[in-house]
Write a protein that binds this ligand. Structure first.
Ligand SMILES: [Zn+2]
Length: 510
Protein backbone atom coordinates (compact mmCIF):
# COMPACT_ATOMS: atom_id res chain seq x y z
CA UNK A 1 0.00 0.00 0.00
CA UNK A 2 1.42 3.38 -1.06
CA UNK A 3 0.26 6.91 -0.54
CA UNK A 4 1.34 10.10 -2.35
CA UNK A 5 0.25 13.66 -1.81
CA UNK A 6 0.32 16.79 -3.90
CA UNK A 7 -1.41 20.16 -4.18
CA UNK A 8 -3.71 22.11 -6.44
CA UNK A 9 -5.88 25.22 -6.16
CA UNK A 10 -9.67 25.67 -6.10
CA UNK A 11 -11.22 28.99 -7.04
CA UNK A 12 -13.90 30.62 -4.95
CA UNK A 13 -14.93 33.62 -7.02
CA UNK A 14 -11.52 35.07 -7.84
CA UNK A 15 -9.79 33.79 -4.69
CA UNK A 16 -7.54 30.72 -4.94
CA UNK A 17 -7.61 28.18 -2.06
CA UNK A 18 -5.17 25.33 -1.62
CA UNK A 19 -6.49 21.83 -2.20
CA UNK A 20 -4.54 18.81 -0.95
CA UNK A 21 -4.76 15.83 -3.26
CA UNK A 22 -3.92 12.39 -1.86
CA UNK A 23 -3.80 9.11 -3.75
CA UNK A 24 -3.80 5.74 -2.03
CA UNK A 25 -3.02 2.70 -4.17
CA UNK A 26 -3.49 -0.58 -2.31
CA UNK A 27 -5.05 -3.97 -1.92
CA UNK A 28 -8.67 -4.44 -2.69
CA UNK A 29 -11.02 -4.61 -5.58
CA UNK A 30 -9.46 -2.84 -8.58
CA UNK A 31 -11.13 0.47 -9.24
CA UNK A 32 -10.89 4.17 -8.53
CA UNK A 33 -12.83 6.18 -5.99
CA UNK A 34 -12.77 9.95 -5.82
CA UNK A 35 -13.59 11.57 -2.49
CA UNK A 36 -14.34 15.24 -1.98
CA UNK A 37 -15.54 15.90 -5.51
CA UNK A 38 -19.12 17.13 -5.58
CA UNK A 39 -19.26 18.18 -9.19
CA UNK A 40 -20.04 15.97 -12.19
CA UNK A 41 -17.18 17.58 -14.12
CA UNK A 42 -14.86 16.10 -11.52
CA UNK A 43 -16.20 12.58 -11.76
CA UNK A 44 -15.46 12.95 -15.45
CA UNK A 45 -11.91 13.70 -14.33
CA UNK A 46 -11.61 10.03 -13.41
CA UNK A 47 -12.16 8.97 -17.03
CA UNK A 48 -9.85 11.64 -18.45
CA UNK A 49 -7.03 10.82 -16.03
CA UNK A 50 -7.28 7.11 -16.77
CA UNK A 51 -7.32 7.56 -20.56
CA UNK A 52 -4.49 10.10 -20.46
CA UNK A 53 -2.29 7.77 -18.42
CA UNK A 54 -3.01 4.69 -20.54
CA UNK A 55 -2.56 6.59 -23.82
CA UNK A 56 0.75 7.99 -22.54
CA UNK A 57 1.90 4.39 -21.93
CA UNK A 58 1.86 4.49 -18.14
CA UNK A 59 0.36 1.42 -16.52
CA UNK A 60 -2.95 1.99 -14.81
CA UNK A 61 -2.54 0.37 -11.38
CA UNK A 62 -4.43 -2.91 -11.17
CA UNK A 63 -5.43 -2.11 -7.62
CA UNK A 64 -7.88 -0.22 -5.49
CA UNK A 65 -7.20 3.52 -5.94
CA UNK A 66 -8.63 6.11 -3.60
CA UNK A 67 -8.09 9.78 -4.43
CA UNK A 68 -9.15 12.36 -1.86
CA UNK A 69 -9.32 16.12 -2.25
CA UNK A 70 -9.23 18.23 0.94
CA UNK A 71 -10.85 20.22 2.30
CA UNK A 72 -13.99 18.43 1.19
CA UNK A 73 -16.09 21.50 2.00
CA UNK A 74 -14.44 23.65 -0.68
CA UNK A 75 -16.47 23.84 -3.87
CA UNK A 76 -14.21 22.11 -6.38
CA UNK A 77 -15.49 22.63 -9.87
CA UNK A 78 -14.05 22.33 -13.31
CA UNK A 79 -11.26 20.32 -14.80
CA UNK A 80 -8.15 21.95 -13.38
CA UNK A 81 -7.60 19.17 -10.81
CA UNK A 82 -6.92 16.52 -13.50
CA UNK A 83 -3.19 17.06 -13.38
CA UNK A 84 -2.91 16.89 -9.58
CA UNK A 85 -5.02 13.72 -9.52
CA UNK A 86 -2.85 12.12 -12.22
CA UNK A 87 0.49 12.92 -10.55
CA UNK A 88 -0.80 11.76 -7.15
CA UNK A 89 -1.73 8.39 -8.67
CA UNK A 90 1.59 8.21 -10.55
CA UNK A 91 3.38 9.03 -7.28
CA UNK A 92 1.51 6.40 -5.29
CA UNK A 93 2.11 3.83 -8.05
CA UNK A 94 5.85 4.57 -8.01
CA UNK A 95 6.03 5.92 -11.57
CA UNK A 96 7.36 9.26 -10.31
CA UNK A 97 9.12 9.89 -6.97
CA UNK A 98 6.48 10.78 -4.37
CA UNK A 99 8.73 13.35 -2.70
CA UNK A 100 9.04 15.29 -5.98
CA UNK A 101 5.32 15.98 -6.19
CA UNK A 102 4.63 16.89 -2.56
CA UNK A 103 5.58 20.59 -2.79
CA UNK A 104 4.59 21.86 -6.26
CA UNK A 105 1.08 22.90 -7.22
CA UNK A 106 -0.40 21.26 -10.31
CA UNK A 107 -3.04 22.93 -12.48
CA UNK A 108 -4.39 21.67 -15.77
CA UNK A 109 -6.94 19.61 -17.63
CA UNK A 110 -5.93 16.35 -19.27
CA UNK A 111 -6.97 15.42 -22.78
CA UNK A 112 -7.72 11.75 -23.40
CA UNK A 113 -4.48 11.52 -25.40
CA UNK A 114 -2.36 12.86 -22.53
CA UNK A 115 -2.17 16.44 -23.74
CA UNK A 116 -2.42 19.11 -21.05
CA UNK A 117 -5.10 21.62 -21.84
CA UNK A 118 -5.43 25.26 -20.80
CA UNK A 119 -7.80 26.05 -17.94
CA UNK A 120 -9.55 29.21 -16.79
CA UNK A 121 -8.43 31.16 -13.75
CA UNK A 122 -4.71 30.35 -13.82
CA UNK A 123 -3.70 33.81 -12.61
CA UNK A 124 -5.89 33.84 -9.46
CA UNK A 125 -4.94 30.19 -8.85
CA UNK A 126 -1.23 30.99 -8.98
CA UNK A 127 -1.84 34.06 -6.79
CA UNK A 128 -3.52 31.70 -4.30
CA UNK A 129 -0.57 29.28 -4.40
CA UNK A 130 1.90 32.15 -3.97
CA UNK A 131 0.51 32.82 -0.48
CA UNK A 132 2.58 29.82 0.67
CA UNK A 133 5.83 31.65 -0.12
CA UNK A 134 8.36 30.39 -2.66
CA UNK A 135 6.36 27.89 -4.64
CA UNK A 136 6.60 25.95 -7.86
CA UNK A 137 3.49 25.80 -10.00
CA UNK A 138 3.06 23.42 -12.91
CA UNK A 139 0.68 24.87 -15.51
CA UNK A 140 -0.45 24.07 -19.05
CA UNK A 141 1.95 25.62 -21.60
CA UNK A 142 -0.91 27.65 -23.03
CA UNK A 143 -1.39 29.34 -19.64
CA UNK A 144 2.26 30.01 -18.84
CA UNK A 145 2.33 33.66 -19.96
CA UNK A 146 -0.50 34.32 -17.52
CA UNK A 147 1.10 32.34 -14.68
CA UNK A 148 4.42 34.22 -14.83
CA UNK A 149 2.64 37.51 -14.09
CA UNK A 150 2.78 36.50 -10.43
CA UNK A 151 6.13 37.54 -8.93
CA UNK A 152 8.42 35.09 -7.09
CA UNK A 153 6.76 31.94 -8.36
CA UNK A 154 8.61 29.24 -10.30
CA UNK A 155 6.41 28.38 -13.27
CA UNK A 156 6.83 25.02 -15.01
CA UNK A 157 4.88 24.93 -18.27
CA UNK A 158 4.01 21.47 -19.57
CA UNK A 159 2.44 20.41 -22.85
CA UNK A 160 1.64 16.77 -22.12
CA UNK A 161 1.79 14.11 -19.44
CA UNK A 162 4.96 12.46 -20.79
CA UNK A 163 6.88 15.73 -20.64
CA UNK A 164 5.70 16.25 -17.07
CA UNK A 165 6.67 12.72 -15.98
CA UNK A 166 10.12 13.12 -17.57
CA UNK A 167 10.68 16.31 -15.62
CA UNK A 168 9.49 14.75 -12.36
CA UNK A 169 11.77 11.72 -12.85
CA UNK A 170 14.91 13.66 -13.78
CA UNK A 171 14.32 16.57 -11.50
CA UNK A 172 16.32 19.01 -13.60
CA UNK A 173 15.98 21.08 -16.75
CA UNK A 174 12.42 22.13 -16.21
CA UNK A 175 10.59 23.16 -19.37
CA UNK A 176 10.78 26.92 -19.62
CA UNK A 177 8.09 29.38 -20.56
CA UNK A 178 8.47 29.98 -24.29
CA UNK A 179 8.30 33.76 -24.19
CA UNK A 180 11.27 34.11 -21.87
CA UNK A 181 12.97 36.55 -24.24
CA UNK A 182 10.55 39.22 -23.03
CA UNK A 183 11.99 41.14 -20.11
CA UNK A 184 8.44 41.84 -19.05
CA UNK A 185 5.26 40.04 -20.06
CA UNK A 186 3.52 41.69 -23.00
CA UNK A 187 0.58 43.90 -22.13
CA UNK A 188 -2.77 44.44 -23.74
CA UNK A 189 -3.66 47.96 -24.74
CA UNK A 190 -7.40 47.42 -24.27
CA UNK A 191 -8.37 50.92 -25.36
CA UNK A 192 -9.86 51.27 -28.80
CA UNK A 193 -8.00 53.55 -31.16
CA UNK A 194 -10.22 56.58 -30.66
CA UNK A 195 -9.73 60.14 -29.42
CA UNK A 196 -11.84 62.68 -27.58
CA UNK A 197 -10.97 65.19 -30.29
CA UNK A 198 -13.31 63.24 -32.59
CA UNK A 199 -16.34 64.53 -30.67
CA UNK A 200 -17.15 68.05 -31.81
CA UNK A 201 -20.21 70.01 -30.70
CA UNK A 202 -20.73 68.50 -27.23
CA UNK A 203 -18.68 70.69 -24.86
CA UNK A 204 -20.81 69.94 -21.77
CA UNK A 205 -20.68 66.18 -22.30
CA UNK A 206 -16.92 66.30 -22.91
CA UNK A 207 -16.48 68.23 -19.68
CA UNK A 208 -18.67 65.71 -17.82
CA UNK A 209 -16.59 62.87 -19.24
CA UNK A 210 -13.39 64.43 -17.90
CA UNK A 211 -14.95 64.86 -14.45
CA UNK A 212 -16.08 61.22 -14.46
CA UNK A 213 -12.59 60.10 -15.42
CA UNK A 214 -10.98 62.21 -12.71
CA UNK A 215 -13.18 60.99 -9.85
CA UNK A 216 -14.40 57.60 -11.04
CA UNK A 217 -18.01 58.80 -11.24
CA UNK A 218 -21.09 57.45 -13.00
CA UNK A 219 -22.67 59.21 -15.96
CA UNK A 220 -26.03 59.23 -17.69
CA UNK A 221 -26.49 60.75 -21.13
CA UNK A 222 -29.89 61.51 -22.58
CA UNK A 223 -30.26 62.49 -26.21
CA UNK A 224 -31.54 61.46 -29.62
CA UNK A 225 -29.62 59.04 -31.83
CA UNK A 226 -26.69 60.44 -33.74
CA UNK A 227 -25.63 62.94 -31.10
CA UNK A 228 -22.46 61.06 -30.18
CA UNK A 229 -23.43 59.33 -26.90
CA UNK A 230 -21.69 56.11 -27.87
CA UNK A 231 -18.67 57.98 -29.23
CA UNK A 232 -18.38 59.83 -25.94
CA UNK A 233 -18.67 56.68 -23.82
CA UNK A 234 -16.07 54.83 -25.89
CA UNK A 235 -13.62 57.66 -25.28
CA UNK A 236 -13.88 57.57 -21.50
CA UNK A 237 -11.16 54.89 -21.15
CA UNK A 238 -8.79 57.06 -23.22
CA UNK A 239 -8.91 59.66 -20.43
CA UNK A 240 -7.96 57.17 -17.72
CA UNK A 241 -4.41 56.40 -16.58
CA UNK A 242 -2.90 52.89 -16.79
CA UNK A 243 -3.96 50.57 -14.00
CA UNK A 244 -1.57 50.36 -11.10
CA UNK A 245 -0.04 46.90 -10.71
CA UNK A 246 -2.34 45.65 -7.94
CA UNK A 247 -5.43 46.80 -9.84
CA UNK A 248 -4.05 45.32 -13.08
CA UNK A 249 -3.69 41.95 -11.33
CA UNK A 250 -7.27 42.18 -9.99
CA UNK A 251 -8.62 42.94 -13.45
CA UNK A 252 -6.50 40.23 -15.07
CA UNK A 253 -7.63 37.68 -12.46
CA UNK A 254 -11.29 38.34 -13.26
CA UNK A 255 -10.74 38.04 -16.99
CA UNK A 256 -8.74 34.87 -16.36
CA UNK A 257 -11.64 33.31 -14.42
CA UNK A 258 -13.97 34.32 -17.26
CA UNK A 259 -11.61 32.66 -19.73
CA UNK A 260 -11.27 35.75 -21.93
CA UNK A 261 -7.57 36.59 -21.55
CA UNK A 262 -5.52 36.55 -24.74
CA UNK A 263 -2.89 33.78 -24.33
CA UNK A 264 0.07 35.78 -25.61
CA UNK A 265 -0.57 39.14 -23.90
CA UNK A 266 -2.38 38.43 -20.69
CA UNK A 267 -1.69 41.46 -18.45
CA UNK A 268 -4.62 43.87 -18.48
CA UNK A 269 -2.81 47.12 -17.85
CA UNK A 270 -5.54 49.40 -19.28
CA UNK A 271 -8.98 50.01 -17.74
CA UNK A 272 -11.45 47.70 -19.49
CA UNK A 273 -14.43 48.98 -21.49
CA UNK A 274 -17.40 46.62 -21.44
CA UNK A 275 -20.58 47.28 -23.38
CA UNK A 276 -23.23 44.56 -23.05
CA UNK A 277 -26.23 44.59 -25.39
CA UNK A 278 -29.67 44.95 -23.83
CA UNK A 279 -30.63 41.48 -25.07
CA UNK A 280 -27.81 39.86 -23.05
CA UNK A 281 -28.93 37.51 -20.27
CA UNK A 282 -28.92 38.60 -16.64
CA UNK A 283 -26.16 36.02 -16.01
CA UNK A 284 -24.02 37.57 -18.75
CA UNK A 285 -24.39 41.01 -17.20
CA UNK A 286 -24.46 40.32 -13.45
CA UNK A 287 -22.67 36.96 -13.34
CA UNK A 288 -23.89 33.40 -13.04
CA UNK A 289 -23.90 30.12 -14.91
CA UNK A 290 -25.35 26.66 -14.53
CA UNK A 291 -22.45 24.65 -13.10
CA UNK A 292 -19.60 27.11 -12.65
CA UNK A 293 -20.33 30.68 -11.54
CA UNK A 294 -18.67 33.06 -13.98
CA UNK A 295 -18.15 36.79 -13.63
CA UNK A 296 -20.53 38.91 -15.69
CA UNK A 297 -20.07 42.21 -17.53
CA UNK A 298 -20.18 44.16 -14.23
CA UNK A 299 -17.06 42.30 -13.06
CA UNK A 300 -15.31 42.29 -16.44
CA UNK A 301 -15.68 46.11 -16.24
CA UNK A 302 -14.00 46.17 -12.79
CA UNK A 303 -11.63 49.20 -12.56
CA UNK A 304 -12.94 50.31 -15.95
CA UNK A 305 -16.12 51.38 -17.70
CA UNK A 306 -19.48 49.61 -18.00
CA UNK A 307 -21.41 51.23 -20.83
CA UNK A 308 -25.11 50.43 -21.21
CA UNK A 309 -26.44 51.93 -24.40
CA UNK A 310 -30.23 52.26 -24.73
CA UNK A 311 -30.42 51.71 -20.98
CA UNK A 312 -34.26 51.70 -20.73
CA UNK A 313 -34.30 48.65 -23.03
CA UNK A 314 -32.52 46.49 -20.41
CA UNK A 315 -34.84 44.29 -18.31
CA UNK A 316 -35.92 45.91 -15.08
CA UNK A 317 -34.39 43.18 -12.89
CA UNK A 318 -31.01 43.65 -14.58
CA UNK A 319 -31.10 47.41 -14.00
CA UNK A 320 -32.12 46.87 -10.37
CA UNK A 321 -29.31 44.37 -9.89
CA UNK A 322 -26.81 47.10 -10.81
CA UNK A 323 -27.53 48.90 -7.54
CA UNK A 324 -25.49 46.57 -5.35
CA UNK A 325 -22.23 46.80 -7.33
CA UNK A 326 -22.66 50.54 -7.92
CA UNK A 327 -23.00 51.03 -4.17
CA UNK A 328 -20.45 48.53 -2.86
CA UNK A 329 -18.01 47.77 -5.69
CA UNK A 330 -18.87 44.07 -5.38
CA UNK A 331 -21.51 41.79 -6.78
CA UNK A 332 -22.87 38.68 -5.08
CA UNK A 333 -24.16 35.99 -7.38
CA UNK A 334 -26.49 33.66 -5.52
CA UNK A 335 -27.19 30.18 -6.74
CA UNK A 336 -28.62 27.01 -5.20
CA UNK A 337 -25.09 25.74 -4.47
CA UNK A 338 -24.22 28.91 -2.56
CA UNK A 339 -23.17 32.42 -3.39
CA UNK A 340 -20.00 33.83 -4.89
CA UNK A 341 -18.82 37.42 -4.62
CA UNK A 342 -16.87 39.06 -7.44
CA UNK A 343 -15.25 42.50 -7.52
CA UNK A 344 -17.32 44.98 -9.57
CA UNK A 345 -16.10 48.55 -9.09
CA UNK A 346 -16.75 50.20 -12.44
CA UNK A 347 -17.76 53.57 -13.79
CA UNK A 348 -21.32 53.15 -15.01
CA UNK A 349 -22.23 55.05 -18.16
CA UNK A 350 -25.89 54.89 -19.19
CA UNK A 351 -27.18 56.28 -22.45
CA UNK A 352 -30.81 56.67 -23.45
CA UNK A 353 -32.90 58.00 -26.28
CA UNK A 354 -35.70 60.31 -25.10
CA UNK A 355 -38.41 57.97 -26.43
CA UNK A 356 -38.87 54.41 -27.71
CA UNK A 357 -39.12 55.35 -31.40
CA UNK A 358 -35.69 56.99 -31.19
CA UNK A 359 -36.55 59.72 -33.66
CA UNK A 360 -37.15 62.61 -31.32
CA UNK A 361 -35.91 65.94 -32.59
CA UNK A 362 -34.83 64.41 -35.84
CA UNK A 363 -35.34 66.89 -38.61
CA UNK A 364 -36.33 64.39 -41.29
CA UNK A 365 -38.40 61.95 -39.24
CA UNK A 366 -41.25 62.85 -36.94
CA UNK A 367 -41.63 61.36 -33.51
CA UNK A 368 -45.21 60.50 -32.67
CA UNK A 369 -44.59 59.39 -29.09
CA UNK A 370 -46.90 61.09 -26.62
CA UNK A 371 -45.52 62.71 -23.46
CA UNK A 372 -46.98 59.78 -21.50
CA UNK A 373 -45.12 57.23 -23.64
CA UNK A 374 -41.91 59.21 -23.27
CA UNK A 375 -42.33 59.45 -19.50
CA UNK A 376 -43.07 55.75 -19.21
CA UNK A 377 -40.03 54.90 -21.36
CA UNK A 378 -37.55 56.82 -19.24
CA UNK A 379 -39.44 55.69 -16.12
CA UNK A 380 -38.00 52.23 -16.69
CA UNK A 381 -34.86 53.62 -15.09
CA UNK A 382 -35.87 53.61 -11.45
CA UNK A 383 -35.37 56.49 -9.05
CA UNK A 384 -33.06 54.44 -6.79
CA UNK A 385 -30.80 53.70 -9.78
CA UNK A 386 -30.72 57.30 -10.99
CA UNK A 387 -30.00 58.41 -7.40
CA UNK A 388 -26.73 56.57 -7.78
CA UNK A 389 -25.75 58.29 -11.02
CA UNK A 390 -23.42 61.14 -10.09
CA UNK A 391 -23.76 63.15 -13.28
CA UNK A 392 -26.56 63.48 -15.80
CA UNK A 393 -26.23 65.38 -19.05
CA UNK A 394 -28.48 66.08 -22.01
CA UNK A 395 -26.86 65.62 -25.38
CA UNK A 396 -28.61 67.58 -28.14
CA UNK A 397 -27.95 67.87 -31.85
CA UNK A 398 -25.63 70.76 -32.57
CA UNK A 399 -26.25 73.29 -35.27
CA UNK A 400 -23.58 73.91 -37.90
CA UNK A 401 -22.77 77.13 -36.12
CA UNK A 402 -22.30 75.39 -32.76
CA UNK A 403 -20.06 72.81 -34.41
CA UNK A 404 -17.86 75.50 -35.90
CA UNK A 405 -17.76 77.45 -32.64
CA UNK A 406 -16.85 74.37 -30.62
CA UNK A 407 -14.05 73.30 -32.94
CA UNK A 408 -11.47 75.57 -31.30
CA UNK A 409 -12.22 74.15 -27.82
CA UNK A 410 -11.78 70.50 -28.74
CA UNK A 411 -8.92 68.82 -26.91
CA UNK A 412 -7.20 65.52 -27.54
CA UNK A 413 -7.59 62.60 -25.15
CA UNK A 414 -3.94 62.96 -24.27
CA UNK A 415 -4.38 66.57 -23.13
CA UNK A 416 -7.46 65.80 -21.03
CA UNK A 417 -5.85 62.65 -19.63
CA UNK A 418 -3.03 64.80 -18.20
CA UNK A 419 -5.53 66.92 -16.26
CA UNK A 420 -7.36 63.78 -15.16
CA UNK A 421 -4.12 62.25 -13.90
CA UNK A 422 -3.19 65.41 -11.97
CA UNK A 423 -6.63 65.47 -10.31
CA UNK A 424 -6.43 61.75 -9.53
CA UNK A 425 -3.01 62.20 -7.96
CA UNK A 426 -4.36 65.01 -5.83
CA UNK A 427 -7.20 62.79 -4.60
CA UNK A 428 -4.87 59.82 -4.03
CA UNK A 429 -2.59 62.00 -1.92
CA UNK A 430 -5.51 63.14 0.22
CA UNK A 431 -6.66 59.52 0.57
CA UNK A 432 -3.16 58.16 1.27
CA UNK A 433 -3.23 55.57 4.04
CA UNK A 434 -6.79 54.52 3.24
CA UNK A 435 -7.89 51.72 0.92
CA UNK A 436 -9.40 54.24 -1.54
CA UNK A 437 -7.72 56.06 -4.39
CA UNK A 438 -10.54 58.01 -6.04
CA UNK A 439 -13.37 60.19 -4.72
CA UNK A 440 -16.06 57.81 -5.97
CA UNK A 441 -14.78 55.07 -3.64
CA UNK A 442 -15.11 57.02 -0.38
CA UNK A 443 -17.91 55.45 1.70
CA UNK A 444 -20.74 57.67 2.86
CA UNK A 445 -19.85 57.59 6.57
CA UNK A 446 -16.23 58.59 5.92
CA UNK A 447 -17.33 61.22 3.44
CA UNK A 448 -19.43 63.00 6.07
CA UNK A 449 -16.96 62.51 8.91
CA UNK A 450 -13.73 63.50 7.16
CA UNK A 451 -14.54 65.16 3.85
CA UNK A 452 -17.52 67.38 4.54
CA UNK A 453 -17.25 70.70 2.68
CA UNK A 454 -17.76 73.92 4.64
CA UNK A 455 -21.26 74.95 5.71
CA UNK A 456 -21.19 77.69 3.14
CA UNK A 457 -20.30 75.23 0.37
CA UNK A 458 -23.06 72.88 1.58
CA UNK A 459 -25.74 75.58 1.42
CA UNK A 460 -26.98 74.89 -2.16
CA UNK A 461 -27.62 71.26 -1.20
CA UNK A 462 -29.35 72.06 2.08
CA UNK A 463 -32.04 73.96 0.19
CA UNK A 464 -32.59 71.03 -2.19
CA UNK A 465 -32.76 68.54 0.67
CA UNK A 466 -35.45 70.66 2.29
CA UNK A 467 -37.57 70.73 -0.86
CA UNK A 468 -36.98 67.01 -1.52
CA UNK A 469 -35.30 67.47 -4.93
CA UNK A 470 -32.15 65.94 -3.46
CA UNK A 471 -32.07 62.57 -1.66
CA UNK A 472 -29.60 61.63 1.06
CA UNK A 473 -27.91 59.27 -1.37
CA UNK A 474 -27.85 62.00 -3.99
CA UNK A 475 -26.18 64.31 -1.49
CA UNK A 476 -23.26 61.88 -1.12
CA UNK A 477 -22.88 61.78 -4.90
CA UNK A 478 -22.89 65.58 -5.14
CA UNK A 479 -20.22 65.92 -2.43
CA UNK A 480 -17.97 63.37 -4.13
CA UNK A 481 -18.23 65.14 -7.49
CA UNK A 482 -17.61 68.50 -5.78
CA UNK A 483 -14.32 67.09 -4.46
CA UNK A 484 -13.38 65.98 -7.97
CA UNK A 485 -14.18 69.44 -9.34
CA UNK A 486 -11.93 70.90 -6.63
CA UNK A 487 -9.18 68.43 -7.58
CA UNK A 488 -9.49 69.45 -11.24
CA UNK A 489 -9.35 73.12 -10.24
CA UNK A 490 -6.30 72.46 -8.06
CA UNK A 491 -8.14 73.61 -4.93
CA UNK A 492 -7.67 72.18 -1.44
CA UNK A 493 -11.36 71.90 -0.69
CA UNK A 494 -14.60 72.38 -2.64
CA UNK A 495 -16.26 75.79 -2.37
CA UNK A 496 -19.72 76.88 -3.41
CA UNK A 497 -18.67 77.01 -7.07
CA UNK A 498 -17.86 73.33 -6.99
CA UNK A 499 -20.90 72.23 -4.98
CA UNK A 500 -23.20 74.29 -7.22
CA UNK A 501 -21.70 72.75 -10.36
CA UNK A 502 -21.82 69.25 -8.84
CA UNK A 503 -25.44 69.75 -7.82
CA UNK A 504 -26.52 70.79 -11.31
CA UNK A 505 -24.65 67.80 -12.75
CA UNK A 506 -26.52 65.52 -10.33
CA UNK A 507 -29.93 67.08 -11.02
CA UNK A 508 -29.09 67.07 -14.74
CA UNK A 509 -31.78 65.44 -16.86
CA UNK A 510 -35.18 66.11 -15.32
ZN1 LIG B 1 -40.71 58.92 -30.35
Amino acid sequence: MAVARTRSVALVGVAGRTVEVEADVGNGLAGIHLIGLPDTALSEARDRVRSAMVNSNYPWPDARIIVSLFPASLPKRGSQFDLAIAVAILGAAGVVPAERIAEPFFLGELGLDGRIRAVRGVLPSVLGAAKHGDVTVVVPSANSAEAVLVPDVKVIPVADLRQLVEWLRKGDDPPRPEFEEYAEPPKTTGAPDVDLADVVGQPVARRALAVCAAGGHNLWMLGPPGTGKTMLAERLPTLLPDLELDHALEVTAIHSVAGVLPANAPMMSRPPFVSPHHTATAAAIIGGGSTVVRPGAVSLAHRGVLFMDEAPEFPRHVLDALRQPVESGRVTVSRSAGSVTFPARFMLVLAANPCPCAQAEDQTETCKCSPTIRRRYLGRLSGPLLDRIDMKVTVARSSRRELLADRQFVESSETVAERVLAARERAAKRLAGTQWRSNAEIPSSVLHADYRPSDEAMRPMTACLDTGTLTARGLDRVVRVAWTLADLADKDTPGQDETNAALSFWLGVR
